[in-house]
Design a protein around this ligand. Structure first.
Ligand SMILES: C[S@@+](CC[C@H](N)C(=O)[O-])C[C@H]1O[C@@H](n2cnc3c(N)ncnc32)[C@H](O)[C@@H]1O
Length: 276
């Protein structure tokens, strides 16, 4: 199974480099937009938010003044990084496909960690996890980097800055689709890590990242029991965050899937489906 579990060094022994590779400041604009989306649940005031695959807590760092957060990640190393940045938030180790905290939240966020879900069976499982943890009337928000319908090969670079220990990190990436018929694409990363003593290490790692079609997202959200929302782009000046006709603040992510859990519905529809 292609997940970060035991597989990607970036989220294990390299986790302490995450704040240099993908600095928290880079999430400010997108987090502002997501805060408005999370707060737009029609039926409940949103206070408690579950963040599945919270990583280093870089999105969370921009949400924690607005919401009470519970941060879940499969990697203990990434949770340790997040605890340093977000000591006031609850942290739990868990797999977003199988996690059951036996409680609900006003909203569930699955940011770019959803990229590490690469099969429709696993995507179904994550959406069901979100549904199980979303209170009736609440909202679930999914933010994949890639969607099959719009995927285009890309090359990029990022990182930068220096931490208090004097370390620096940058990276290069190329993401392409080896087989358009399946539901994943491939990211080839090169991380350039400069230790405080000036020693440089270059690490290359290939990640498999999910790229599902809009149709698959719509079907799986509906199967779980969510009512899918068609998110309007900010230019359309549509209401968000409770305000009427207010454009959302910040920057809209390229891909966004929003599900509302109906007020009256009891359990996930797929939870009641007979085994195939
Ligand atoms: C790109 S990072 C997330 C970064 C995060 N958005 C932030 O603000 O720092 C992806 C994360 O997904 C986590 N992850 C991958 N598969 C997972 C799973 N099945 N359950 C929970 N977390 C998972 C990885 O451990 C990693 O921390």
């Amino acid at each position: 199974m292609a997940t970060a579990e035991g597989e990607y060094r970036l989220y294990r022994e390299l986790a302490s480099w995450w704040p240099l590779i993908s600095p928290p400041e880079e999430y400010t604009e997108e987090a502002a937009y997501l805060a408005a989306v999370l707060g737009s649940a029609a039926a409940v005031p949103v206070r408690e938010v579950l963040d599945l695959g919270s990583g280093g807590g870089h999105v969370a760092a921009h949400l924690k003044d607005k919401f009470t957060l519970t941060l879940v990640d499969i990697s203990a190393d990434m949770l340790a990084v997040s605890r340093q940045l977000n000591p006031e938030s609850a942290h739990r180790q868990g797999d977003m496909r199988t996690l059951r905290l036996n409680r609900t939240f006003d909203a569930v966020l699955v940011h770019d960690a959803i990229d590490y879900i690469t099969t429709q069976a696993d995507l179904r499982a994550v959406i069901e996890t979100a549904f199980e943890h979303c209170r009736p009337g609440g909202i679930a928000v999914f933010v994949p980097d890639y969607v099959k319908d719009t995927f285009a090969e890309l090359a990029g670079a990022g990182g930068g800055g220096t931490d208090t220990a004097g370390r620096q990190a940058t990276f290069r990436e190329r993401t392409w689709d080896p087989e358009p018929a399946d539901d994943w694409v491939q990211a080839e990363y090169e991380f350039i890590l400069r230790a405080a003593d000036g020693t440089v290490e270059v690490i290359r790692e290939t990640h498999r990242l999910g790229a599902f079609s809009h149709a698959v997202w719509a079907e799986l959200l509906a199967d779980a029991g969510f009512e899918a929302e068609r998110d309007a782009p900010p230019e359309a000046g549509r209401a968000a965050g409770g305000g009427k006709d207010q454009p959302r603040p910040g920057h809209r992510p390229d891909n966004l899937f929003v599900g509302h859990r109906p007020r009256s519905q009891g359990v996930s529809r797929s939870a009641t489906r007979p085994e195939a």
